[in-house]
Design a binder for this molecule. Structure first.
Ligand SMILES: [Zn+2]
Length: 69
């Protein structure tokens, strides 16, 4: 008998529960996928263009604020 390393419950076989192992691998893939999204966004041209627009808006707002002062 063995303690399943995923759910920490006793496994009847000498292996981790098969469904636990599968669930863990899906979660890890999911995590990898989430981690890869910011990378993809940073590399995307659209995101850079959006950054320029946002910066222009922020500069505009800063100027407006200076006028108000
Ligand atoms: Zn398990």
């Amino acid at each position: 008998m063995k303690i399943c390393s995923v759910c920490k419950k006793i496994s009847a076989t000498d292996q981790d529960h098969l469904d636990c192992v599968q669930r863990r691998s899906i979660e890890m893939e999911d995590e990898d996928f989430k981690n890869s999204i910011p990378e993809k966004l940073n590399l995307s041209k659209d995101n850079q263009e959006l950054g320029v627009e946002v910066r222009a808006i922020l500069e505009h707002m800063t100027k407006e604020k200076e006028k108000a002062d």
